[in-house]
Design a protein around this ligand. Structure first.
Ligand code: MRU
Length: 349
């Protein structure tokens, strides 16, 4: 089930907010529909929102082209709307990364504006294809952490799978490869409150594919670890800073603390587009705060008193000390992360 399809005319997004009960697609010909879909988590997961935004820029360019004005006017309108897209979610760096990459192409372009639309589309296609390849490589590199191991049991949090990327997923990419190799015994998926990406998406994705999966509430992770059910944790990431601090779905930090307490390796799987080489540490990562209703209600039904104060950060930051290794397409990064991430940035792993 592909989360994102570009057919040359429109961007078709699988509405993940309705999964697993309803499989519905949104046909976007207006980039504003993509902004709404990103904000409402109809399309979600760091790499997937980067790919969706890249295609949305084709829609922006097409709209701008229909307006009267000089090349400069059109360029300004394009950049203005690209910024609106970029602000649709603040934590996942892949969104800003994909938009910046296309903006650079547009700004370097010489000639009439209509000519640039084709090159935006080509770049969006390249970003999507690249993401597929990155997922494959991350999966393969992840296998090196489990050499000779059989019957591996992995805990994952949120959804860093095919629904969150253009390919087989990052964390779930490694899990898929382990399964294909006959090394995986079972995946334990945290349900991931408040929006249930683990229950609705990860368990859906893996269950459909016949990969053994056990769903647990977030509060059951400690029990599962204490009982000796878990051999390793693998999660995705929304942004990784140059010291190896990792922003990921709220609750990930807690899982990392638990993993440390039980001497279980905690792995993060992410492509280079998830690294923010401009930030020194996780305190600089903007954390998205979301609506109270996500916590106070479930499927439109109140589960808390009306008006109660709510804390609803969408992400937390796991300090690098708790991260055993980071699995990238270029290889597995080990501490000292300042050194290994700098090598990744220079492409000399
Ligand atoms: O709020 P979401 O569902 O977009 O959060 C997604 C995550 O936290 C994922 O783990 C992360 O984006 C990596 S997806 C490969």
């Amino acid at each position: 089930m592909k989360p994102i399809t570009w057919n040359g005319k429109e961007l078709i997004l699988l509405d993940q907010s309705k999964l697993p009960n309803t499989v519905e697609y949104i046909h976007c010909t207006d980039w504003r529909t993509v902004v709404e879909a990103i904000k409402m988590l109809r399309v979600r997961g760091a790499p997937a929102i980067g790919v969706a935004a890249a295609y949305a820029l084709v829609l922006v360019a097409r709209e701008v082209e229909t307006k009267e004005g000089s090349y400069k006017d059109k360029l300004e309108a394009f950049i203005h709307n690209a910024c609106i897209l970029k602000e649709s979610r603040p934590t996942a760096i892949n969104l800003a990364w994909a938009i910046e990459r296309i903006l650079q192409k547009v700004e370097n372009h010489v000639g009439i504006f209509s000519d640039v639309i084709n090159s935006i589309e080509q770049e969006a296609i390249v970003i999507e294809e690249e993401d597929k390849a990155l997922n494959e490589a991350i999966g393969e590199n992840g296998l090196t952490l489990f050499e000779e191991k059989r019957g591996v049991r992995i805990l994952t949090h949120c959804n860093a799978g095919a629904l969150a990327t253009a390919g087989i997923g990052t964390a779930l990419g490694v899990i898929r490869k382990l399964h294909k190799n006959g090394q995986l015994e079972r995946v334990y998926a945290d349900e991931t409150r408040p929006l249930l990406q683990g229950a609705r998406l990860t368990s859906f994705e893996l269950y459909e594919e016949g990969i053994p999966i056990t769903l647990q509430t977030d509060s059951m992770a400690a029990y599962a670890m204490q009982q000796g059910f878990i051999d390793a944790v693998i999660v995705g990431a929304d942004r990784i800073t140059t010291n190896g601090d990792v922003a990921n779905k709220i609750g990930t930090y807690g899982v990392a603390v638990l993993a440390k307490a039980h001497d279980i390796p905690f792995y993060v799987a992410a492509p280079y587009s998830t690294f923010d080489f401009t930030l020194q540490d996780g305190t600089q990562i903007p954390i998205e705060m979301r609506a109270d209703e996500e916590v106070t209600s479930l499927y439109g039904k109140n589960v808390a008193p009306l008006g109660v104060d709510v804390l609803n950060p969408a992400f937390d930051v796991t300090p690098h000390e708790l991260v055993t290794a980071i699995i990238t397409e270029q290889g597995v990064l080990q501490p000292d992360y300042r050194e290994s991430i700098s090598a990744l940035q220079k492409g000399c792993m």
